[in-house]
Design a protein around this ligand. Structure first.
Ligand code: SAH
Ligand code: F3S
Length: 492
């Protein structure tokens, strides 16, 4: 489900008990830059990529003398890094913009800007018709922020929503915002070429391009040196990573034979990163069933430091709906991939994204979704009801014909099945001992810490002498569907 809590700070994405580590809602970022004179307040909504992009933005603006603040009333510049994935995400942003316009009435020098997917989708409308913002910047235009801010200083409004064929921000060193100093995101691709018929991302983030692997490894090594213990490689579809010297993924066929022969696929990148930082935990998100190759599974199995956890959205258990969604695979092919994961990486945790009420979905299709869930027994799930997005194929060609109450009822049933499986998976872990990377202090008690297992389960335990960034071994004693509870033991 969509996150509801507004977190004041911290690594919202992986916060303890967070329902959805793949999405977040209103994380406020703060870092310190003692040399900065101007104050930036930045909030991120939506996927991890937005969180990661906000770190690029903070880096670009840091060079312009901005330091981040947690107090919007103090800010010279308020930025919202936005999400368009469902209508509700955009409503949330509109509400926040109205809220910040309240501050602006008291402090007319304050500038308000919208970044990210909603900036790209709605473009100048937020500025001209709705008069909610001064600045609109799409996901590929963050390097232009200094120029755009100058435009604002000249009393003009500023917009840049040009999507790029090359931009990967690979030379920009992100400013790590509000994190726990333990875990960081590293972007590896931008955009998406998959064109799932319900999805707005290909329109808001443009065509898919991969980042130079050398800059990825350099960033990981730098994080390692600075004491980080875990990285998550990020892309809309990491399995589709393909470096052949730059350019769009779709132009790979036109590359020279030499470029093709020396190209780097996702499995190669995983090995490079795992070997460069053997003591760090390596995670990745999001995997895509139509592009995930067995060499990726073999690489996960080969390296101890690559976590045994795959977020593998499926969206529906019905082959008919999968076809209408243009997912590029059917139910049987997905089941066969799950079998290969279970065989090649025994014990690997798998999570999903699921959508209820896609156009034309019948009760039978819905039953197929529930039965696929029973078959896989996912460890975690992120579940939504269908929200029609303007300009997508589904919006243009398919009628949004499932009544809201039916979408919601089916979603509730999907969530109930998932809760049963999450609890069951956790119950099976009771009595077992897991290595846990400590991320922070438990929300419920200062005397307890929380961290994650390799398989991505949240574990809470008495802190003893441990601190964030430590690895410890925890024997599981109790659980809920969301959390494991245990005690630190000596490694066996
Ligand atoms: N590949 C991406 C997917 C981004 S969208 C990734 O990195 O996760 C995240 C999830 O939102 C999708 O997997 C899908 O389950 C859901 N979603 C996307 N568009 C949607 C829509 N129009 N209505 C409801 N849910 C949607
Ligand atoms: Fe969206 Fe499908 Fe890409 S869900 S982000 S078009 S893989």
């Amino acid at each position: 489900m969509e996150g509801k809590t507004k977190r004041a700070s911290g690594r919202g994405l992986y916060a303890e008990g967070d329902k959805n580590p793949h999405e977040h809602d209103g994380t406020v970022h703060e870092t310190t830059n003692p040399t900065g004179t101007k104050k930036l307040y930045i909030e991120s909504y939506g996927c991890q990529m937005n969180f990661s992009d906000s770190e690029i933005v903070a880096s670009v603006l840091g060079k312009e003398g901005y330091t981040t603040t947690q107090n919007p009333e103090d800010a010279d510049l308020v930025l919202l890094n936005t999400c368009s994935i469902r209508d509700k995400a955009e409503q949330t942003v509109r509400n926040r913009l109205n809220h910040f316009n309240g501050h602006k009435r008291k402090n007319p020098n304050m500038k308000i800007g919208v970044l990210g997917c909603m900036a790209e989708r709605v473009k100048g409308k937020l500025l001209d018709e709705e008069k909610l913002v001064d600045l609109v910047v799409g996901p590929d235009a963050y390097r232009d922020l200094p120029n755009l801010l100058q435009e604002l200083d000249g009393g003009r409004k500023a917009v840049n929503v040009i999507l790029s064929k090359e931009e990967t921000y690979d030379d920009i060193e992100p400013v790590r915002l509000g994190g726990n100093g333990v875990s960081a995101f590293v972007s590896i691709t931008r955009g998406c070429d998959n064109m799932c018929t319900f999805c707005v991302v290909p329109f808001t983030r443009g065509r898919e391009r991969s980042r130079n692997p050398q800059t990825i490894v350099d960033e990981v090594l730098d994080l390692n040196e600075r004491g980080y213990k875990e990285i998550t490689l990020l892309g809309q579809n990491v399995d589709s990573y393909l470096w052949y010297g730059g350019g769009l993924k779709k132009d790979f066929d036109k590359a020279s034979d030499l470029a093709k022969a020396s190209s780097v696929h996702f499995a190669d990148l995983l090995s490079l990163v795992a070997e460069a930082a053997p003591k760090m935990r390596i995670r990745f998100s999001t995997s895509n069933p139509q592009d995930m190759r067995d060499d990726v599974l073999e690489t996960i199995a080969k390296y101890k430091n690559i976590c045994n956890y795959i977020h593998l959205p499926v969206q529906s258990g019905s082959s008919r709906i999968l076809e209408l969604m243009n997912r590029g695979h059917n139910r049987e092919e997905y089941k066969s991939l799950i079998e290969r994961i279970n065989r090649i990486i025994p014990g690997c945790a798998i999570s999903h994204d699921m959508i209820s009420g896609f156009p034309t979905e019948t009760e039978e299709d819905h039953e197929q979704t529930l039965s696929l869930m029973e078959h896989v027994r996912y460890h975690f799930g992120y579940m939504f009801f269908y929200s029609e997005r303007p300009n997508t194929y589904a919006a243009r060609k398919l009628e949004d014909d499932i009544p809201l109450d039916v979408k919601k009822r089916r979603l509730t049933e999907i969530i109930q099945v998932q809760n049963k499986h999450s609890l069951g998976r956790h119950q099976e872990m009771i009595g077992h001992t897991f290595e846990v990377l400590v991320e922070g202090t438990s929300k419920k008690s200062d005397e307890q810490l929380f961290g994650r297992t390799d398989q991505n389960s949240v574990v809470v335990f008495d802190k003893g002498s441990f601190k964030p960034g430590d690895f410890c071994h925890v024997k599981i004693e109790r659980c809920t569907a969301a959390t494991l509870i245990g005690s630190v033991v000596e490694p066996s």
